[in-house]
Design a protein around this ligand. Sequence first.
Ligand code: B12
Length: 208
Amino acid sequence: MSKNLINAMADLNEDVVLEEVKALKAQNVPALDIIASLQEGMSIVGKRFEEKEYFLSELIMSAEIFNEASKLIGGAADGEAASRYGTFVMGTIYDDIHDIGKNIVTTVMGSNGFNVIDLGVDVPTEKYIDAIKEYKPKVIGISCLLTTAFDNIKECIQTIEKEGLRKDLKILIGGGPVDEATCRYVGADHVCKNAQETVEYSKKYMGV
Ligand code: B12
């Protein structure tokens, strides 16, 4: 990981973040390694927010810097284009509008050969249900950054089950505060800490 990049992201120093990303790209550092440093910087932003050193304006700024940096990184995990491995439906659960992590996962899944259906943010249960019926994915992903929305994931998964759509479907969850205990609580199949894990799990499950 790049200490300079982590610190610049944590300190919201946009110019240095963008310069550092360009420099790392020029050194052929893999896109996912650059993203890992940015994410580490974002964790520090989150801690500073918790400790009231940063406020909402800083959170918004951190998101803007992250998005600018992502544009520079471009096609995150350059890989073969389009859909060899089947369909992956992904969204951020309702009441939650965080989408940076979701977007990284969808980009990386797409560039690794999955057909990605991105439902967006603040996704209600019905939208997941409709998408499962329409696209018949083998794997779906639910992103969540707010502990207050864990019950929404639980409700969503229970409804998917009640509708008889759980058979042959794996439900992945992810997002900063999500862990194994959350996974058990909401009744998901698996939790992935990053995009690469999501690719590996999905390939394994789809028998690739
Ligand atoms: C940026 C940010 C924002 C931005 C979001 C902008 C955007 N477009 O997403 C804005 C300013 C809008 C925001 C708003 C709020 N936020 Co906010 N936010 C953050 C921050 C700093 C970074 C999140 C982030 O993007 N991380 C970087 C990405 C790349 O990481 P990631 O999401 O974890 O994703 C990776 C993995 O988790 C995984 N992954 C993610 N999703 C999925 C899904 C699947 C299926 C899989 C397999 C993997 C996977 O892959 C990704 C890539 O590796 C976090 C702090 C933190 N440490 O997370 C707080 C944080 C999440 N926010 C928080 C809060 C409280 C809020 C607000 C309630 C603040 C307020 N008072 O209004 C609002 C809520 C708005 C809402 N209704 O959703 C809290 C949540 C606390 C809690 N216990 O729930 C945090 C933790 C900050 C803190 N420490 O207090 N926020």
